[in-house]
Design a protein around this ligand. Structure first.
Ligand code: 16G
Ligand code: ZN
Length: 529
């Protein structure tokens, strides 16, 4: 590697002005975009090293997801489409913050410590969302990749899940799919259409209204619409002509529990909200009296899991199905899954990598955060078994058909990461097959009233939790205060945790009374102070 070149480009074009330290958090680096230029240059170099170490293609995505427009961020994607390994998160943080004068030595140290062969080939896929700062930040990353002699494929403006998909396809010789955006669109649409061949649509209407958060999802959704034609009408609003994530998008709708700006006023219309980089999705509608109803990640998870369970039973295959949630999952959903659907459910810490990892322990693992990030992961051996069963003429027709339906359903899923648009097509497929409208879907269980609050404290890191954030171990005494409060409310449950993306503590409370939940959450917040 030409260290002189790396050093001189760093100092002359992408210097670390050392304004603020940044940290590789739950979803990569996030900060005001003007703090990130040198970070992107250095992450460009780091992806090349990671690619050499893994002998595989690595992804680099420039996005700040549901944050406001002036923010931006970057995350690295490991070869199997998963989030960067945590040991490398520390390396990334250190590399991002050192002064320019130490850059070369730091790189040499990484190469030595991580046993990287400098002569190995490298390949990096990069993408960015629609933020204005994305272009120049992507130039900084490209400068870093070039300086380290890496091979780049720049896909320009794409969704986060598309980037994950492209990384996986590149590392699996196309067996997961074609490593192009068109390959992605066609894979999902063809799978959806093969499901929609089945008759029985009853109450289902093939029209949805999509709040695209004025982000990159609008572009992808338009591309889907072009191929889908009238198989599914996607009426896109907040399609990029307004400010990104402003009063719109999945995060806004989920947290504020109200429709986004420009939402159609017509009652009982099936509406979908995605976030700024299209990796989260939630559904909502207004009823006849204009009351807002939210169908969040928990709802989507239960819809998918219940249909998968039905197909697995019909197929008579031995497949272990499981569902992964976080502490934010509504208690009513957890009860419904374990007691009614009788599907094993586990709770992990917040953050996609924790859920994804846990879901891989099942033959078929469904994972969703309540905020709408989630997907289904299927073991390769299990997928093969299902495919074989779907063509085995010795099996009863009912079993074969169920296996074949399972195969199509799994093909609609972007298994590499939670994907708002793939999940939306999956929900649409299941609603179609079931012949359900959104009201029927919602009927399966009733959410417990719940409230989330943010609390500003001097040092959020004094809050330490265990048991997937459900128990607070520090500061001492806080958990017993929370326990006392919880005991006062019927079906009460509450927890606190330090946010991984903002300098605040998050409070979650739920109980069976909508008039009391506000007070309950406020009391827990007060205990944190
Ligand atoms: C990030 C995570 C998301 C999590 C959220 C929690 C990824 C790709 N994204 O957006 O899964 O729900 O952080 O934020 O891991 P918080 O720590 O601020 O509550
Ligand atoms: Zn996102």
């Amino acid at each position: 590697m030409d260290y002189n070149r790396i050093d001189s480009i760093s100092r002359s074009q992408h210097p670390n002005k050392q304004l603020t330290d940044v940290q590789y958090g739950t979803a990569g680096f996030r900060a005001k975009s003007d703090l990130l230029d040198h970070v992107l240059y250095r992450m460009g170099i780091l992806t090349v090293l990671r690619s050499k170490q893994k002998n595989a293609t690595i992804g680099l995505m420039i996005t700040a997801s549901h944050n406001e427009e002036p923010d931006n961020g970057v995350k690295l994607v490991d070869p199997a489409g998963e989030m960067l390994d945590s040991s490398w998160e520390l390396i990334a943080t250190e590399l991002a913050n050192i002064p320019d004068s130490e850059l070369v030595n730091a790189l040499k140290k990484i190469i030595k410590d991580e046993n990287i062969n400098e002569d190995s080939p490298s390949s990096v896929i990069i993408g960015r969302d629609t933020r204005e700062s994305g272009w120049s930040l992507s130039r900084a990353a490209i400068d870093g990749i070039n300086a380290a002699d890496g091979i780049i494929q720049d896909f320009g403006i794409i969704t986060t899940p598309q980037l994950h998909y492209l990384v996986v396809c590149s590392n699996t010789n196309g067996s997961y799919g074609e490593p192009t955006v068109e390959g992605y669109l066609l894979k999902l649409v063809n799978a959806l259409l093969s499901i929609k061949k089945a008759k029985n649509n009853d109450l289902y209407v093939g029209e949805i209204y999509l709040d695209a958060a004025n982000g990159v999802g609008a572009i992808a959704a338009k591309e889907f619409q072009e191929i889908l034609h009238d198989n599914l009408s996607i009426r896109i609003f907040n399609d990029g002509n307004g400010p990104l994530n402003h009063k719109c998008g999945a995060d806004y709708v989920k947290v504020q529990q109200c429709p986004p700006i420009n939402s159609p006023g017509k009652s009982l219309t099936r509406c979908v909200s995605i976030d700024g980089d299209a990796d989260r999705v939630i559904y909502y509608y207004l009823d006849d009296s204009d009351k807002f109803h939210l169908l969040d990640g928990d709802r989507i998870a239960t819809l998918i899991a219940s249909y998968l369970k039905e197909l697995v039973e019909e197929s008579e295959l031995k497949i272990q199905l499981g569902l992964v949630q976080t502490a934010y999952a509504n208690g009513a959903s957890t009860t419904y899954i374990s007691e009614f659907l009788k599907i094993p459910v586990v709770c992990t810490e917040t953050g996609v990598k924790h859920l994804h990892h846990k879901a891989l322990e099942f033959d078929v693992g469904v994972y969703f955060e309540a905020n709408g990030h989630g997907t289904v992961v299927v073991k390769d051996s299990v997928l093969k078994m299902i495919r074989t069963a779907s063509q085995n003429m010795n099996l009863p027709k009912k079993c074969r058909t169920a296996s074949s339906k399972l195969t199509s359903l799994i093909d609609v899923v972007n298994q590499t990461v939670g994907d708002a648009l793939s999940d939306m097509l999956l929900v649409e497929a299941i609603l179609y097959v079931r012949g359900w409208d959104i009201v029927t879907w919602e009927r399966s269980y009733t959410d417990l009233p719940n409230r989330q609050l943010k609390v500003k404290v001097q040092d959020r890191n004094v809050i330490e939790t265990t048991d997937a954030a459900r128990k607070c171990v520090s500061p001492s005494g806080l958990q017993s205060k929370i326990d006392e409060l919880v005991a006062r409310y019927s079906k009460g449950r509450a927890f606190v945790r330090a946010s991984g993306t903002e300098d605040i503590v998050r409070v979650y409370a739920e109980c069976d009374s909508s008039s009391e939940v506000e007070k309950f959450a406020a009391e827990v917040a007060l205990a944190v102070h």
